[in-house]
Design a binder for this molecule. Structure first.
Ligand code: NAP
Ligand code: ZN
Ligand code: ZN
Length: 349
């Protein structure tokens, strides 16, 4: 077994604290990664606090992982010790169902293995990236360009792919008006990607303090969503809207902002369902849809796209000792725009 240490939650109301555990010895296709940085996703908070009612403890959260390969199993050819790599939200899937064969492992019909908080195919409880190392099959490990700042790359492994994938699936591009709801970790990546893909991007935010940042990050327009008159002005004008909000909110004004046949894509996953007035869908044949992360090939494509366009997340790097404070700030929408843990801090007392 490989000795690991990180920070874990022992229950839904206890703060994260230091925790020692072990990971499996490498199988022939496994890669062991020494973690350098791990992003703090709002999903980590939903999970630790059991807001999705499926938490298993002890739980080491973290699925936006960047580090260096420490060792590889005998059948691994894509990676060697020292390579800079990333690991995201899933670390295994059945590889043989229709979704896996289509390269959409995140929709594995048997159930993809999440990076933390579930039983893996060996019967072990998976533990995530708020730790010094991780072991994953090579198919679920990605190459990271050394050209990019590794701390800024970490959030690409979840916030990046979760927003890139639907933008590509719904073929967002030039001559389209695209809305991004919420300027947090996912939202600021959606904004950067939609802008890089050539769309006219409107950022919706509840935070007046984020307007200047939204423009700097690529927004052509910024709408304060609490302003009903400003919302009305956007009626029936969008080709695509992506909702990245972590808390329950009224989505009907945004549905009304879609053109005929346009799509509203849900990526934010609040703990309570929205109430939808069906007329907003019926009268303009609009679609309300959703999307989860992206496939493994598409994740690599997204990382390569970021290397080519010089795109990384805007991050605030913190030591692990500040993680509980960081959770509180994320919940208050007070993060610009992703906390990333520097794992070197695990050595500190
Ligand atoms: P985040 O950094 O906390 O950003 C969420 C943003 O939503 C906030 O910055 C805020 O933006 C807005 N917001 C928060 N509370 C709100 C409220 N009550 N009403 C309206 N707007 C509010 O979170 P994140 O890490 O980006 O994650 C966002 C959501 O996506 C979470 O639910 C997470 O679990 C989910 N997620 C889904 C996937 C997937 O594969 N589908 C992957 C990762 C995460 P403003 O200040 O601009 O209003
Ligand atoms: Zn995430
Ligand atoms: Zn499968």
């Amino acid at each position: 077994m490989t000795h690991s240490h990180g920070w874990a939650a022992q229950g839904s109301t206890t703060p994260l604290a230091p925790f020692s555990f072990s990971r499996r010895d490498l199988h022939e296709h496994d890669v062991q990664v020494d973690i350098q940085y791990c992003g703090v996703c709002h999903s980590d908070i939903h999970s630790v606090r059991n807001e999705w009612q499926n938490a298993v403890y002890p739980m080491v959260p973290g699925h936006e992982i960047v580090g260096r390969v420490a060792s590889v199993g005998s059948a691994v050819t894509r990676f060697k010790p020292g390579d800079l790599v990333g690991v995201g939200v899933i670390i295994d899937s059945c590889r043989s169902c229709a979704s896996c064969k289509a390269g959409e492992e995140q929709y594995c019909e048997v159930g993809a293995t999440l990076t933390y908080g579930v039983k893996d195919r060996y019967g072990d409880l998976t533990q995530g990236g708020y730790a010094n190392n991780i072991v994953a099959p090579d198919h679920f490990v990605h190459s990271v360009s050394p050209k990019l700042d590794p701390a800024g790359v970490a959030p690409l492994l979840c916030a990046g792919i979760t927003t890139y994938s639907p933008l590509r699936h719904w073929q967002v591009g030039p001559n389209q008006k695209v809305g991004v709801i919420g300027l947090g970790g996912l939202g600021h990546m959606a904004l950067k990607f939609a802008h890089a893909l050539g769309a006219h991007v409107v950022q919706f935010t509840t935070s007046e303090s984020k307007v200047a940042d939204a423009k700097r990050l690529g927004a052509d327009e910024v709408v304060i969503s609490k302003d009903a008159a400003a919302m009305k002005k956007q009626a029936s004008s969008f080709d695509f809207i992506i909702d990245t909000v972590s808390a329950p909110h009224d989505i009907n004004p945004y549905l009304e902002a879609l053109k005929r046949d346009a799509t509203y894509c849900q990526v934010g996953l609040p703990d309570k369902p929205p109430v939808i007035f069906p007329g907003h869908l019926i009268f303009k044949r609009r679609s309300w849809s959703g999307s989860i992360i992206g496939g493994m090939a598409e994740t690599q494509q997204m990382l390569d796209f970021c290397a080519e366009k010089n795109i990384v997340a805007d991050v605030e790097v913190i030591p692990i000792q500040k993680i509980n404070e960081a959770f509180e700030r994320v919940v208050k929408a007070d993060v610009k725009y992703r906390f990333v843990i520097d794992m070197a801090s695990l050595q500190q007392p």
